[in-house]
Write a protein that binds this ligand. Structure first.
Ligand code: NAD
Ligand code: IPM
Ligand code: MN
Length: 356
């Protein structure tokens, strides 16, 4: 009989801290991952505004192929710096990963960890527990459009909203598969088909068609303006939401507020079976960067989401419990009502993780 030994290779993770508070929160999240005992290997890349301002590099040649070939996941902080007003580096790095690596589903879980964090009156963790699946490769983000007679009183600007059958169908199917895999009961599709009739019509038809394959999952439709109202008035009714790129961007900042703010929100940019990218929902927050006040929990919860995606569920759960303990014991930063600095908060979570 062959005496088989299973050798577990560490998961290879590319890390791009990026700009602003990304450079503060990402290293703390790496420490928390290490303290979970996860078998991972980090390789950091200096892509971001500093590098761009030094040598004009946003993403080196073949950068995306290298990420897909050599890594199991990518962990990104945030991109955006006032010294680069065109935001070209953020576009090429962040949107570059999403588009060129075809990470078509942006998964943004919305979970209230403790009632004290929520700005809504009397809301409990049971009331706020849903997931937004945002289309991540199309829509107005494709940057198609143009200007005519720029700078004159007759100036005209267009911005195209691109929706392909393939793109709409795969993200809607992803939402149903996500619901099925996570014991969720309902998928709500949100659009603005009362005004954006062509794109909305496509989303409506495809949603109805794909839904037939998932008869055990309930379906619902809401216009995105009504959905914003619902998110505040009756968030408990929400389960899985699927929507386009721009609406998904907007509603997930609102959803972040329900969880305590942008400092608490996690996300993953997924293409099943391919190297996917994980990033907190927040940006580089230039006004608070470098002051040791940014909330590291969004980045830490994002790291946990990445570990779960890589099959390291036990380590992910330890990190999530440690964050929950930190919230309950108010070991938090000032944005969520605590008094700790970024480092202190993250170190507390790392120690707690190691002890679990
Ligand atoms: P932002 O998320 O950086 O900040 C919005 C507000 O939330 C600010 O008040 C900020 O102080 C606060 N905030 C955000 N994260 C926080 C944290 N971890 N702890 C405490 N407070 C936090 O959004 P913005 O101000 O609209 O954008 C700033 C820059 O970031 C821009 O260049 C923008 O394009 C970029 N951006 C990048 C990403 C990304 O890389 N994924 C996401 C959003 C914005
Ligand atoms: C997000 C951000 C990005 C987006 C920006 C920085 C391009 O707001 O990830 O939510 O609009 O997708
Ligand atoms: Mn956003």
């Amino acid at each position: 009989m062959l005496n088989a030994t299973i050798i577990l290779m560490p998961k290879r993770i590319a890390v791009v801290p990026g700009d602003g508070i990304g450079k503060e929160v990402i290293p703390t999240a790496l420490d928390v991952v290490r303290s979970s005992g996860a078998e991972v290997e980090f390789t950091s890349f200096d892509w971001g505004a500093d590098r761009y301002l030094i040598d004009g590099t946003t993403v080196p040649a073949d950068g995306f192929q290298m990420l897909a070939r050599d890594f199991d996941a990518i962990f990104v902080g945030a991109l955006g710096d006032p010294r680069v007003p065109s935001n070209i580096h953020a576009k090429e790095i962040l949107l570059g990963m999403r588009f060129k690596m075809d990470l078509y589903a942006n998964v943004r879980p919305v979970r209230l960890l403790d009632a004290s964090l929520c700005p809504l009156k009397n809301a409990t963790p049971q009331d706020i527990d849903f997931t937004v699946i945002r289309e991540n490769t199309e829509g107005v983000y494709m940057d198609m459009g143009g200007n005519f007679k720029m700078g004159t009183p007759d100036e005209l600007a267009t911005q195209e909203d691109i929706n392909t059958r393939k793109g709409v169908e795969r993200v809607i199917r992803f939402a149903f598969e996500y619901a099925r895999a996570n014991g969720r009961k309902k998928v709500l599709m949100s659009d603005k088909s009362n005004v954006m009739t062509y794109a909305g019509g496509l989303w409506q038809r495809v949603f109805k068609e794909v839904a037939k394959e998932y008869s055990e999952i309930q379906t619902q439709h809401m216009f995105v303006d009504a959905l914003c109202l619902q998110m505040v008035r009756e968030p408990r009714s929400l389960d899985v939401i699927v929507t386009n790129n721009m609406f998904g961007d907007i509603i997930t900042d609102l959803a972040a507020a329900l969880q305590g703010g942008l400092g608490m929100a996690a996300s993953g940019n997924i293409h099943p079976g391919r190297t996917s990218m994980f990033e907190p929902v927040h940006g580089s927050a230039p006004p608070i960067a470098g002051k040791n006040i940014a909330n590291p929990m969004g980045a830490i919860l994002t790291a946990a989401m990445m570990l779960a995606h890589l099959g390291l569920g036990a380590e992910a759960r330890k990190i999530e419990s440690a964050v929950l303990d930190a919230v309950r014991q108010r070991k938090m930063t000032v944005d969520v009502g605590g008094s700790m600095g970024t480092q202190e908060c993250a170190s507390w979570i790392a120690e707690r993780t190691a002890a679990l």
